[in-house]
Design a protein around this ligand. Structure first.
Ligand SMILES: Cc1ncc(COP(=O)(O)O)c(C=O)c1O
Length: 418
């Protein structure tokens, strides 16, 4: 029986429950974990050591794009290990060049920098915006704008750009030079641009998620993003998207920005790019292609192994037409969530999302996301909260029609049983 813990880690956000035994004392106490060890995974399914089976609508938090134990990934990575695993960015890396070619050929970017995680990719983006600012701001103080309820990662610059104070507590002082606007509210962006002009500050760039993930699965408004594009062009600021969660097919388009019909000056990736293997990336267009040797680096970033994982994911998404699958499955899940939301409207305020990044918005006064996550777990379904009152559904991009039906059936049982 899983129980709710009166978590000392209330600022953990996503991670707020454990089973009957806590994390091993030899591990630092950074996560409240379920008391379960998965021993095997195949496709969208995971098995624990007792053979119990779970349908995985978390996929390592929007990471295992091709599900578990994918054949192409297994083959390509085994072959890569037999050839070469890591050298250094002191040398040419064939797999890294191929990956950068794939990414630039299939996006608005012209160049890539590789690292190992989402936070690290955002650190690179923040440094890039600072560099852009220092070149053009003519001795004005350089400012970076980010959104309230955003999430950009746990390292210091990424944390400073994260617009949720619960993640900041105990870690101040943060990096200076960030200001926050309301997501999807252009007037609040305009106000900051005007304030900054009056105080001799220049907005060097905006860092923003095209759909907020951790902040509660909040899709970006098309008009708002188009206005952001316009103001960044007018005021000579960079518009950089954090696509760590939304990128690599998650929304039914290869990149989240395609849903908004604008192009950013750059964007960051991680999570789904490696399908469970550590890789992050900063992709830049012409205006933002500013780094020169010595500006930024990463020992492991873009090594042959990680790049082979990413190339496999990207090629399989194309080969298996997974964007179409994401689209079809998202129509199916949205229809199902419509029905569930109507039937249990006393507990559910609604649902929102794009593609296979979906959230059920709970009536917070009645029930919270942790409770649903635990009930789902007990019924063999893995889901993950996004904030206090949103249950996030982020299955692998390969999920089938039948598996979506199983998710919907289990959710119906959960809400019926509350
Ligand atoms: C939008 C976004 N940016 C950045 C991050 C941080 O990524 P990582 O945990 O790989 O550092 C996350 C992780 O949830 C995210 O959702």
């Amino acid at each position: 029986m899983v129980k709710l813990v009166d978590a000392p880690h209330s600022k953990c956000g996503t991670f707020g429950y454990v089973g009957s035994s806590p994390t091993a004392p030899t591990l630092m106490n950074t996560y409240n974990r379920f008391n379960i060890t998965f021993k095997k995974g195949k496709g969208c399914w995971l098995w624990d050591k007792n053979g119990n089976k779970y349908l995985d609508a978390v996929s390592g938090i929007a990471t295992c794009s091709l599900g578990h134990s994918n054949g192409a990934l297994r083959r390509n990575l085994s072959n890569q290990l037999k050839k070469i695993q890591h050298v250094s960015n002191l040398y040419q890396i064939e797999e890294q060049t191929k990956l950068s070619e794939w990414l630039t050929k299939n996006s608005c970017a012209e160049a890539a920098f590789f690292c190992n995680s989402g936070a690290e990719a955002n650190e690179a983006a923040i440094k890039l915006i600072r560099k852009f600012g220092s070149k053009i701001s003519h001795n004005k103080e350089s400012i970076i704008l980010a959104a309230e309820s955003s999430f950009h990662g746990r390292t210091f610059a990424a944390l400073s750009a994260t617009g949720q104070s619960k993640y900041h507590q105990g870690f101040e002082p943060l990096l200076s030079g960030f200001k926050f606007f309301k997501y999807n509210d252009f007037q609040s962006v305009k106000n900051i641009f005007e304030e900054c002009k009056k105080s001799n500050q220049h907005i060097a760039g905006i860092l923003i998620e095209p759909i907020q993930g951790e902040g509660g699965v909040i899709p970006g408004d098309k008009k708002f993003f188009q206005q952001l594009r316009e103001i960044c062009d007018q005021e000579n600021s960079l518009l950089i998207f954090d696509e760590v969660q939304s990128g690599v097919g998650r929304t039914g388009k290869m990149w989240g920005y395609e849903n908004l019909e604008i192009e950013p000056d750059g964007f960051t990736l991680a999570k789904g790019l490696g399908g469970g293997h550590a890789i992050g990336a900063l992709l830049v267009g012409k205006k933002a292609n500013l780094f020169t040797p010595g500006d930024h680096a990463s020992t492991f970033g873009g090594n042959p192994f990680a790049c082979t994982a990413a190339l496999t994911i990207l090629n399989e998404i194309k080969k298996k037409n997974l964007l179409h699958n994401v689209l079809m499955r998202s129509i199916q899940i949205e229809e199902g969530l419509d029905n569930i939301s109507k039937e249990y409207s006393n507990k559910i305020a609604g649902h929102r999302g794009i593609g296979l990044l979906q959230g059920i918005v709970l009536r917070e006064e009645v029930i919270d996301a942790q409770k649903i996550t635990i009930s789902a777990f007990e019924k063999g379904l893995l889901v993950v909260p996004a904030g206090k009152n949103v249950v996030r559904i982020v299955p692998p991009l390969i999920i089938s029609k039948n598996e979506i039906n199983i998710i919907l059936k289990k959710l119906t049982l959960i809400f019926r049983g509350l």
